[in-house]
Design a protein around this ligand. Structure first.
Ligand code: PLP
Length: 357
């Protein structure tokens, strides 16, 4: 379906139509110039060689200090996506099970399938505030369950998980010797406090990223935080695959950390404003949705909607969204990504609102 939508966007744009792209999880902002300059300076200083597969010591130490762990627990990866892949590749064998609350980012599913791993989805619902039912989770666990994947805050609902629910999930995992992977790529810029999995009991995996926080999606830099044994295995996998994230990109990431308070504040304010606008415009319609607690998504529902047909029809009106079926069994939902330039956001939201008056 996403393929069909992308093809249609390309065709319409070729015909000269302008499309407001609410379909991408890629910030419209430019990477802050200080970060770009730090990369350039590092390149000029010759930081263009092979380097450590674990990541630069200074960057690992800076991240360790932020997260209250040791540098040994941090591995720098080309985006958090690689960290997710590496953890799944190293922890799962063919025929194992992984449990994932849905709606969910499709990469988890696709990686699991590529490894011959069975995916058990826990359906969460708008009507229950997207909360994970821990009894449902227990019912899906069996002797082959090796991993539970949480995405906190969630893409596409922008919900931050209830801390008590996370605690219960972690307890179940600890009792049964199952690892939990918490994908927290939206946590740094969430609007409400997001308690990291690092703060719970047990040896688990957290993946984080510079992509969304610092508008650095194309730079490809993220990291895993985990126990030393798994960290060492990820480092070995890095070594035999991509070798290392370029050092000049790691230098840029260090600059991002140095400026993080001011950058995060500005990013959060920008996305909060957009989320407030979406709330205001969409509240005046028949759509049902939970208020975003993090950037960038809204995941509205309309009873009886076929969001695949709707997404194609909406494109004719110049707005691209993603049907809910791209995130699991959610045909009545669609995802709006508030990552278009500010001047397009109100316009695009009004076109959507018009369809649900
Ligand atoms: N995790 C989630 C939930 C995402 O939505 C995305 C990107 O859209 C990623 C991970 C990948 O981020 P990165 O650029 O760090 O690989």
């Amino acid at each position: 379906m996403l393929y069909e939508i992308n093809e249609k966007i390309i065709r319409l744009e070729r015909e000269g139509r302008e499309i407001i792209k609410f379909n991408l999880g890629d910030p419209d902002q430019q990477t802050p110039v200080e970060i770009i300059e730090a990369a350039f300076e590092a390149m000029k200083k010759g930081k263009t060689k092979y380097a450590s597969a674990a990541g630069e010591a200074r960057l690992r130490e800076a991240l360790a200090e932020i997260h209250g762990v040791n540098a040994d627990n941090i591995v720098i990866t080309p985006g958090s996506k690689w960290a997710v892949f590496a953890a799944m590749y190293l922890l799962l064998n063919k025929g194992d099970n992984v449990v994932i609350p849905s709606p969910h980012w499709t990469a988890y599913d696709l990686v699991a399938k590529s490894l011959g791993v069975n995916v058990k989805l826990i359906k969460t619902r708008f009507e229950s505030n997207w909360e994970v039912d821990v009894e449902d989770l227990k019912g899906l666990i069996n002797g082959r369950t090796r991993l539970i994947i949480l995405n906190n805050p969630n893409n596409p609902t922008s919900k931050v998980m209830n801390e008590k629910v996370v605690e219960k999930i972690v307890n179940v995992a600890n009792e049964r010797g199952i690892k939990v992977l918490s994908d927290e790529v939206y946590a740094d810029i969430s609007f409400v406090k997001t308690k990291s999995l690092i703060e719970y009991e047990g040896e688990h995996i957290v993946v984080r990223s510079f992509s969304k926080t610092f508008a650095m999606t194309g730079w490809r830099i993220g990291y895993a935080i985990t126990d030393k044994a798994l960290a060492d295995k990820i480092i070995k996998l890095n070594q035999i695959t991509f070798t290392n994230v370029p050092v000049f990109i790691q230098e840029a990431a260090l600059k991002a950390l140095e400026l993080r308070h001011q950058i995060v504040k500005a990013m959060r304010e920008c996305y909060q404003k957009r989320a407030d606008l979406a709330n205001k415009i969409l509240s005046d319609t028949k759509l049902k949705f939970t208020k975003p607690e993090a950037p960038f998504y809204v995941f509205p529902k309309s009873n009886g909607l076929n969001s695949e047909m709707f997404a194609l029809r909406l494109l004719d009106k110049g707005v691209a969204v993603v049907p809910g079926t791209s995130f699991g069994d959610y045909i009545e939902h669609f995802r709006i990504s508030l990552t278009a330039p500010d001047n397009e956001i109100e316009l695009g939201l009004k076109v959507i609102a018009e369809a649900f008056k």
